[in-house]
Ligand binder design. Sequence first.
Ligand SMILES: NC(=O)c1ccc[n+]([C@@H]2O[C@H](COP(=O)([O-])OP(=O)(O)OC[C@H]3O[C@@H](n4cnc5c(N)ncnc54)[C@H](OP(=O)(O)O)[C@@H]3O)[C@@H](O)[C@H]2O)c1
Length: 364
Amino acid sequence: MNTSAGKTALITGASSGIGLELAKLFAKDGYNLVLVARSDDKLQQLANRFNDDYGIETTVIGKDLSEEDAAQDVYNQVREKGLTINVLVNDAGVGAYGKFANETEWEREKALIHLNVLATTQMTKLFLKEMVERNEGKILNLASLVSVTPFPLMAVYAATKAYVYNFTQSLINELKDTKVTVTALLPNATNTDFFNKAGATNIRATDQVDDPAMVAKDGYKALMAGESKVVPGGLVNKMYEVMAYVAPQEAVAAMMRYNNEPKAEPKEQKKEEGSDKAANSSALAWGLGIAAVAVAGVALAVAYSNSSVVDKWRYKYKLGKLKWKASRGYAHASDEAVDLVSEASKAVSNGLDNLRQTVARAVN
Ligand SMILES: NC(=O)c1ccc[n+]([C@@H]2O[C@H](COP(=O)([O-])OP(=O)(O)OC[C@H]3O[C@@H](n4cnc5c(N)ncnc54)[C@H](OP(=O)(O)O)[C@@H]3O)[C@@H](O)[C@H]2O)c1
């Protein structure tokens, strides 16, 4: 059965990047669309393509959401067209690069806060009320992995994403007795024009970027399943999140600062291999090491309670070894961290296997 028939999704920031990839997924599944961004010409081209390819109805609203009450205006236009919004995607967002004290401009940051925080909140306020009245609806909010970590050199941006994530998790609790779901999408650095537009060119974070189509696919799946949050991608992205919760904030901030700094010029690269890089990689190794121990510790605790005396000693030894490695993470920097992550993930899956067996025994 096609559950999307006759349903409408409103997507802000649909003219490029992750929002565009999300729009494609909704269109493919037969949702009618309301696309919002400033570049209405791009949105109109997209609308024509979707309408031809998928036989859906697409409405374009060209709007600068960083302006006062822009969300109210979008809502009014939707109402005038007699549309019901079943899914709201708050994707539109921008960053601003530089040291807050003396490199970034207040006017730009004010507009950023308006777009990332006020527009997202007001859009949610306006459309959520109707969803709750109908007892039906879904919202996807674009948070970020930096919602849960400091992000020096993009301090205001990271703070807005922390807001989006926290706001989302509180709403989920408030809505738990309804059929309305809210999901936070927390991507790592993604291959869009985001960093370029933020003025962050040639930084280390853009060396390894995720595919926006993959990010959108994981976000769409989590949204449809009504999950509270999703970190798209593989184990490394998930470990970043765990690390953010368990590692000291100073270590996480140092690692994120390193990632967000410009890449060294070739002739400076050798110098960088010295003290600065070592210090930062040790922060990375240390942070990841602590995270690995935390994840492994949980898994081992699960496994421990159901194991033989011999296995209990083995698990104790393994956890001790992991702790030791974490405390000496500086020795082989990121190599050490990767080893820890892979050991931890094995421990997690061992622990889960044991848990599964225990549950199966209890059921039978
Ligand atoms: N790329 C990453 O590494 C990354 C990681 C984590 C989270 N995110 C989040 O993902 C979301 C999408 O970013 P992206 O990476 O896909 O970047 P992007 O390609 O630059 O897309 C940003 C979208 O927001 C729209 N937008 C920007 N300013 C706007 C304004 N004032 N009013 C209305 N729409 C506006 C843009 O359209 P117009 O320019 O046409 O207005 C565009 O459609 C953002 O919320 C971002 O914070 C990105």
